[in-house]
Design a protein around this ligand. Structure first.
Ligand code: FES
Length: 104
């Protein structure tokens, strides 16, 4: 059974914003896309940029280091061929009351 950890609250992460958080030793990037929360691996698979600090446009975050883009709902790179390109792990998210919780 998945174990969820509170990472933030709904009011602290408004739509269009992201945050970089840690769950144990795991860096996680959590995003609010139009009121729906998503979480992906917080470390860019290119060279380790913190994706939670990147700019979110729609459901796509731009890595603050070299600008690679990732769809935060799928972890994939928009425009990459099927099965190609770098991708991020996607984590399960749930909201309980005001708490945003992630399972890694
Ligand atoms: S570290 Fe993210 S694009 Fe290079």
């Amino acid at each position: 059974m998945a174990e969820f950890t509170k990472v933030t609250t709904v009011d602290k992460l408004p739509p269009g914003r992201g945050a970089s958080v840690r769950i144990g030793a795991t860096d996680v990037a959590v995003f609010n896309v139009g009121g729906v929360f998503h979480a992906i691996d917080g470390v860019c698979p290119h060279q380790g940029g913190l994706l939670g600090l990147g700019r979110l446009s729609g459901c796509v975050v731009k890595c603050p280091e070299h600008g690679m883009r990732f769809d935060v709902t799928t972890g994939t790179s928009p425009g990459a061929p099927p099965g190609g390109g770098l991708a991020c792990k996607v984590f399960e998210v749930k909201v309980e009351g005001d708490d945003v919780m992630v399972s890694v």
